[in-house]
Design a protein. Sequence first.
Lengths: 117, 116
Amino acid sequence: AQKITQTQPGMFVQEKEAVTLDCTYDTSDQSYGLFWYKQPSSGEMIFLIYQGSYDEQNATEGRYSLNFQKARKSANLVISASQLGDSAMYFCAMREAFTGTASKLTFGTGTRLQVTL
Amino acid sequence: DAGVIQSPRHEVTEMGQEVTLRCKPISGHNSLFWYRQTMMRGLELLIYFNNNVPIDDSGMPEDRFSAKMPNASFSTLKIQPSEPRDSAVYFCASSLRRQTNTGELFFGEGSRLTVL
């Protein structure tokens, strides 16, 4: 079973509009972390935002916010006031086994966002 | 501050040849990860190390793949012999995993491997 599901292979949004990228996850752990990364066409992976499973507040980082709904096991990324430079692939990832000194990230298949004029 | 440094950035080789990819993690980071990215399979974790010790290599496709981390500042991923289906972008990432931080992964720019 997929641990991270991103159901939107591609999305379009007009410049200055807000967009929501969906992510659902599957875990039996009580303690876990959720991440979003951006991959522009140049190929590098850029960390955007993090949400811990015990965090009561939704995470925010500038124009990025994470709409965390624990009961629904969803961690959607909201980008406000989209810019042309936001055009990229976006990956949702989960880290299980929160305790411990090293634990891997499992990535979803990604959503390609295209910002238009 | 220097990020994760990978070399080579691009490698083109012929089937059957040995390929060695190199990674220098961020100084002070205690975990290192090798991922492979392809269109068909997305981002797959191959292996990760904690304090230079391999923790989980269940993602390594087969015996042709091997990875080492002889010290805290260097890791290699070797493919011998290489096959066309190994063509992919190979990412190295490092993190500092403590209770008080998120432990996000910092990625290198990737090594694009093409096996003809």
